[in-house]
Design a binder for this molecule. Structure first.
Ligand SMILES: [Zn+2]
Length: 134
């Protein structure tokens, strides 16, 4: 067994696979792969003012999305608190400006590795307060 493996990574379920029993269809992926025509899975609906569309993802993009969702879910359990003990969320109204004031970060967020570049940003935000890219 690799001693560097993260226990949380071992416990996270796998994303859907193209050979599983999900209702994969042939069509265009809506995500990062450049709109490939391939086996895709319906992952939900997306809407904009006055219109909605089904959202499909290919296996590669689904893996990437799966990693981001798990990174977000884990960051939600490690959110810092402000001086009054209120949780400081990852997303705040733009009108409220940037985070200010004393923030208490929980211990231990760095015991795990992020699964995605976005997850690395979430992890830095909940352990260090870093919100600026770089
Ligand atoms: Zn894709």
């Amino acid at each position: 067994m690799n001693a560097n493996l993260n226990v949380d990574e071992l416990l996270a379920p796998l994303p859907a696979q193209t050979d599983d029993d999900n209702a994969w269809v042939n069509g265009w992926c809506w995500l990062w792969c450049g709109w490939r025509y391939t086996s895709v899975l319906w992952i939900g609906a997306v809407g904009t003012f006055g219109a909605q569309a089904p959202l499909f993802a290919c296996g590669d993009c689904l893996n990437r999305l799966h990693a981001m969702v798990w990174d977000y879910a884990e960051a939600q359990h490690e959110l810092p608190t402000d001086a009054c003990g209120r949780v400081v969320p990852l997303y705040r109204r733009s009108a409220d400006g940037l985070r200010s004031g004393a923030v208490r970060y929980r211990r231990g967020g760095r015991h795990r590795r992020a699964r995605s570049p976005l997850g690395e940003r979430f992890l830095r935000a909940v352990t260090e307060g870093a919100t600026i890219d770089g």
